[in-house]
Design a protein around this ligand. Structure first.
Ligand code: HEC
Ligand code: HEC
Length: 337
C-alpha cells in the first residue's frame, strides 16, 4: 500500500519534472524555430457510409490563428502591396472570388478558377491538380507565382519588420521573430480554422432524420445511386482522390484545354486528371470547374452525370441534386472569421 503510494508519487514527480524540462528547452532560443502552443485538433466522428461528417474544431491556438488571419488579409504579401490571399479567397463569401479565373498583381489573369479555402485542411492534396502535398507547401505557390503575388519571403519579411503590429504579433508566438516558417505556420493555422461543420447533411448522417427535406432525401438517394459518391465522398464530399474528367462520355470542348495532372507528371494516363473537388458549400462557389467556364450548378451536374457516369439527367433529377446541395452548406464556427 505505502510502497504503491510512494511509487505513484515518484512517477508523478518525474513526469512533472519532464514537463518542466521540456517547457524550459522549448523556450531556449534556437531549439525550435517556431513555438507550438496549442496544436490544432479536431473532434472526428466516423459513421458507416461514403460521406463523413466534418469534424468540429477541438482546439486551435488563437494567437497563431489571429496572426494568420492578419497575414491572409495583408497585401504586404504581394510584391506591389496590391493583392492579399483574401483578394482571391473571400472567406465570408464561400472562400473563393466568384470569378471564372483570378486576377493577381498588375491585373494579370490566371488560367484556373480560385477554389474555396473553406475545409481545405481536409483535402488530401492541394490545388486542382494536387501538385502541393499540404497547406504548408501550398502557401509557396501564390507568393512566388509571378501573376498572383510575385513576391518572395525575404521581401515579405523586410516589409513585415517595418510594421510594429506584425513585429509585436510575431514576437508573441515565435522566439525567432518574423521567419518564413512562422509566416507559413500562421497562415496554415488560420486555414485550419476555416471549416464548416454542422451542415444539414452532417446532422442527417449522424441520425437527425429531420435535417433534410423530403426532396433533399430524394436528392441524396440519387447522389448515391447514380454514383456521384464514388468520387465525391469522405469528409469533404470530395478532395480525397484524383479522377479523370470526362471518364465515360467526354466533356464539352471548353473544358479540354487544361490537361490537369498531365502538366505535372507528363504521364499520358494523367491527361485530364484532376483532384475531385469538395462539394461542401458548392452553391456559394460559382462559377465551376478548374477554369470556371461553367456558370451554373445545373450545367455542372448535367456535364458530370453525362461525362463521368454516362447518365442523362431529367429536369427533376437536376432539381433534386440542387436541393441536396443546399444541405452541403455548413457554418464557419463563430469567432473563426
Ligand atoms: C491571384 C489570386 C490568388 C491569390 C492572391 C491567392 N490564391 Fe490561392 N488559389 C488561387 C487559384 C487560382 C488557385 C488554384 C490554382 C491551381 O489549382 O492551379 C488557388 C488555390 C489555393 C488553395 C488550394 C485549395 C484546393 O482545394 O486545392 C489554397 C489552400 C489557397 N489557394 C490558399 C491561398 C493562400 C494562403 C494565399 C496567400 C498566401 C493565396 N491562396 C493567394 C488564387 C489565388
Ligand atoms: C469519376 C469521378 C466523378 C464522378 C462519378 C462525379 N464527379 Fe463531379 N467532379 C469530378 C472531378 C474530377 C471534378 C473536377 C473537374 C474539373 O474541374 O476539371 C468534378 C467536379 C464537379 C463539380 C464542380 C465543382 C467545382 O468546385 O467547380 C460538381 C458540382 C460536381 N462535380 C458534381 C457531381 C455530381 C452531381 C455527380 C453525380 C451526378 C458527380 N459530380 C460525379 C469527378 C467526378
Amino acid at each position: 500500500m505505502t510502497y504503491r503510494y510512494l511509487l505513484s508519487v515518484m512517477v508523478g514527480l518525474i513526469s512533472v519534472a519532464g514537463l518542466l524540462l521540456g517547457y524550459y528547452l522549448s523556450m531556449l532560443p534556437g531549439t525550435s524555430q517556431v513555438m507550438v502552443r496549442t496544436p490544432t485538433e479536431y473532434e472526428y466522428v466516423s459513421i458507416a457510409g461514403p460521406i463523413q461528417p466534418i469534424p468540429k474544431l477541438k482546439s486551435i491556438d488563437p494567437l497563431w490563428r489571429n496572426l494568420g488571419r492578419a497575414l491572409f488579409n495583408s497585401p504586404l504579401l504581394s510584391t506591389d502591396n496590391t493583392v492579399a490571399c483574401a483578394s482571391c479567397h473571400v472567406v465570408s463569401q464561400g472562400g473563393d472570388d466568384g470569378f471564372p479565373v483570378s486576377a493577381g498583381i498588375n491585373g494579370s489573369i490566371g488560367s484556373r478558377n480560385s477554389p474555396t479555402v473553406l475545409n481545405s485542411a481536409f483535402n488530401f492534396r492541394q490545388f486542382w491538380d494536387g501538385r502541393s502535398a499540404d497547406l504548408a507547401e501550398q502557401v509557396l505557390g501564390p507568393i512566388h507565382n509571378p501573376i498572383e503575388m510575385g513576391s518572395n519571403f525575404s521581401q515579405i519579411i523586410l516589409k513585415l519588420k517595418q510594421s510594429p503590429e506584425f513585429v509585436q504579433a510575431f514576437r508573441q508566438v515565435s522566439p525567432a521573430g518574423i521567419t518564413q516558417a512562422a509566416i507559413i505556420k500562421a497562415l496554415v493555422t488560420f486555414e485550419e480554422s476555416l471549416i464548416t461543420p454542422n451542415a444539414p447533411i452532417d446532422r442527417f448522417l449522424m441520425g437527425d432524420k429531420f435535417a433534410l427535406s423530403a426532396q433533399q432525401k430524394i436528392g441524396y438517394r440519387k447522389f448515391v445511386d447514380f454514383g456521384c459518391v464514388s468520387c465525391h465522398q469522405g469528409r469533404n464530399i470530395g478532395g480525397n482522390l484524383y479522377q479523370r474528367l470526362g471518364r465515360i462520355a467526354g466533356v464539352p470542348e471548353k473544358l479540354l484545354k487544361d490537361k490537369g495532372r498531365f502538366k505535372i507528371t507528363k504521364n499520358p494516363n494523367d491527361q485530364y486528371v484532376f483532384k475531385v473537388p469538395s462539394l461542401r458549400n458548392i452553391n456559394r462557389t460559382a462559377p465551376y470547374f478548374h477554369n470556371g467556364s461553367v456558370a451554373t450548378l445545373s450545367e455542372a451536374v448535367t456535364i458530370m452525370a453525362k461525362g463521368q457516369l454516362g447518365i442523362d439527367l431529367t429536369k427533376s433529377d437536376i432539381e433534386d441534386l440542387l436541393a441536396l446541395f443546399e444541405a452541403f452548406n455548413g457554418h464557419l464556427p463563430k469567432g473563426q472569421l
